[in-house]
Design a protein around this ligand. Structure first.
Ligand code: DOR
Ligand code: ZN
Length: 340
């Protein structure tokens, strides 16, 4: 018997954590997301950072000009610094949230926050204005413990600002997943790669620079906890790829840049993963509906059809090597319908 081709339709998929960069890199990567997603949360860790009105509006204009006719909503973020109440009032209609990076923990975060206790005035204003706080939750501790060591800070902030929506970005540990059920105002994004790889895939055999990212992939039991929550579409979590392109010479280098480029293969790989776990019914919530509820956003109406026909992942997109480069994935995108 011949297997019939199966179909999955996803309505308005959202990527709630995404690095677009600027200039030539943005030209390469933005169309790959704007084709198959209805919107994405755009990270502000550029050089210089997106932390003032001019940078914000300039970056948004660049993104929109590259998105062109595609139906794709860029949800903008600001790089956390101390902002006044008046500034935040002005920013509010133009941003989805503010992204806090502890200083020096990852790419372009040197001007991040050095002391959390000096940030509380801004957080209070954000709470009053209803602006969510997105956090890269890692310390400078031992690399496998960095996320765990940050968790008390999440708990402190969640208690201190109970009306502030706090998003634990790209969590990687079972302990972080457990926190979602302890504090009403904590939410999280999950990447694709942390649902698939562990530290072994990165460093257990030959070193795989294209699987190196921050936070670093963890233990099998951590991945299992993430996967369990994802396939159930736990209502406090959202898909956020953290797709983070770097040119090949910065990845295959002595001193490899952190970041995994997953945007063009994310939906195909998620369908495969959810199918393997008999959870295709929950994929719509994981890649769109949960995020719409958590952030209160309504993305453009767009439907993406995938079919169970193999898709060969390109070796490169411009100068960037994607996750699964050169491999065959069992699902491909066959149709994109813009419904408006
Ligand atoms: O791996 C990462 N790459 N993690 C981050 O937090 C930042 C990102 C990037 O901007 O390259
Ligand atoms: Zn990121």
């Amino acid at each position: 018997m011949v297997d019939s081709v199966r179909q999955v339709v996803i309505n308005s998929p959202l990527d709630m954590h995404l690095h677009f960069r600027e200039g030539a890199m943005a030209q390469t990567v933005i169309p790959l997301s704007s084709y198959s997603f209805a919107g994405g949360v755009i990270m502000p860790n550029l050089v210089p950072a997106v932390n003032n009105f001019e940078r914000l509006t300039g970056y948004l204009a660049e993104i929109k000009s590259i998105v062109g006719e595609d139906l794709f909503e860029p949800y903008m973020t600001l790089f956390f610094k101390q902002y006044s109440y008046q500034e935040l009032e002005q920013f509010k209609p133009h941003i989805l949230g503010i992204k806090l990076y502890p200083a020096g923990v990852t790419t372009n975060s040197e001007n991040g926050v050095a002391a959390i206790n000096k940030t509380e005035a801004t957080m209070k204003y954000m709470e009053e204005l209803g602006i969510p706080l997105l956090v890269h939750g890692e310390t400078h501790g031992f690399v496998l413990d960095r996320e765990r060591l940050f968790l008390p800070i999440f708990e402190y902030l969640a208690d201190k600002f109970p009306r502030l929506k706090i998003i634990m970005e790209h969590i990687t540990t079972a302990e972080a997943v457990a926190l979602l059920d302890k504090h009403d105002n904590l939410y999280s994004t999950f990447t694709l790669h942390h649902l698939i790889i562990t530290l072994d895939d990165l460093a257990g055999g030959l070193l795989r620079p294209h699987l190196f990212c921050k936070p670093i992939a963890k233990r099998p039991e951590d991945r299992a906890a993430l996967l369990n929550a994802a396939v159930q579409a736990h209502p406090k979590l959202m898909f956020g790829s953290d797709s983070a392109p770097h040119p090949i010479d910065k990845k295959e280098a002595c001193g490899c840049a952190a970041g995994i480029f997953t945007a063009p293969i994310a939906l195909q790989a998620l369908v495969d993963l959810f199918e393997q776990h008999n959870a295709l019914d929950n994929l719509q919530a994981f890649v769109s509906d949960n995020a719409q509820k958590i952030y209160g956003v309504t993305p453009p109406q767009k439907s993406i059809t995938l079919e169970s026909t193999p898709y060969k992942v390109p070796e490169m997109y411009g100068e960037v090597v994607p996750m699964f480069a050169g491999r065959k994935l069992p699902w491909s995108i066959t149709k994109v319908n813009n419904l408006i």
